[in-house]
Design a protein around this ligand. Structure first.
Ligand SMILES: [Zn+2]
Length: 252
């Protein structure tokens, strides 16, 4: 079977599944802050199949919906800007690549894994050696990437280097707020042992309360924003947010 035919069958299957889910979850209890779709609840997602997580239409998760609400609320990208996006999630790729005022650079160490249909290709980039000049980007989005990078201090210093003075970045990672200090142990290398130690097969650490300090050490002025608290418990549920998530807004 040729690959085009395979792709078209997959696409049809995906559309069929999406329609079925939209029917099953029909309702107006929750609302996606990105695509505005309303449902009885969001779909389950993750290792633990956590409930009320994934949007049936755009595929957004809790963290995407909160970041987007934050970006909109604070008007962070409401002007022409050059935007670097690491490990580009489809839901944001679609928005940024279609915006006429965003000069968009989606990047990943493994660009081949992305088969987005947009007109901007995902470029190959190592976050510890970012292939752009100093002071190049107005805005950087790097969402759930640093927990995969052994030398995260180097990655942070590279993010700092390529950001323009007064530029901004949102750098989210999973954080265990019960830990005062970030836990990492580079002798743990097998996927199975990493799963046990760090919660995922491809994570190399558990960040703790000192995450802000690690970003500050790279040079950033960091706002650890409890933006989530500006929503009532009912609103947090309605938008399917994670009530423990803080936004890490970094300025150079
Ligand atoms: Zn959505």
């Amino acid at each position: 079977m040729n690959s085009l035919l395979k792709f078209s069958i997959k696409q049809k299957h995906r559309e069929h599944l999406k329609k079925r889910k939209e029917k099953i979850f029909k309702g107006n209890i929750v609302q996606c802050s990105i695509c505005n779709s309303e449902y009885r609840e969001f779909g389950p997602f993750g290792n633990t199949k956590r409930k009320n997580s994934k949007c049936h239409n755009c595929g957004s998760l809790e963290r995407h919906r909160l970041i987007w609400k934050y970006i909109q609320d604070k008007e962070l990208i409401n002007k022409p800007l050059r935007l670097l996006h690491f490990a580009p999630e489809k839901v944001f790729y679609d928005i940024f690549s279609e915006s006429s005022q965003i000069d968009y650079f989606p990047c990943d160490l493994h660009p081949d894994i992305y088969n987005y249909n947009g007109n901007i290709p995902v470029r190959k980039a190592d976050i510890t050696k970012i292939p752009f000049e100093d002071d190049y980007f107005d805005f950087i989005l790097c969402n759930h990437v640093l927990e995969h990078i052994p030398n995260d201090a180097l990655a942070m210093s590279e993010l700092y280097r390529v950001m323009k003075p007064n530029g901004l970045g949102i750098f989210q990672v999973p954080i265990d707020y019960d830990r005062e200090k970030t836990y990492e142990d580079f002798s743990i290398t097998s996927p199975k042992a990493r799963l046990k130690a760090f919660g995922r097969r491809d994570h190399v650490r558990w960040y703790g309360q000192d995450y802000k300090e690690r970003l500050t050490n790279a040079g950033f002025e960091v706002t650890e924003d409890d933006f989530i608290d500006s929503f009532s418990t009912e609103e947090q549920f309605k938008y399917g947010f994670d009530c423990t998530e803080k936004i890490y807004l970094c300025r150079k």
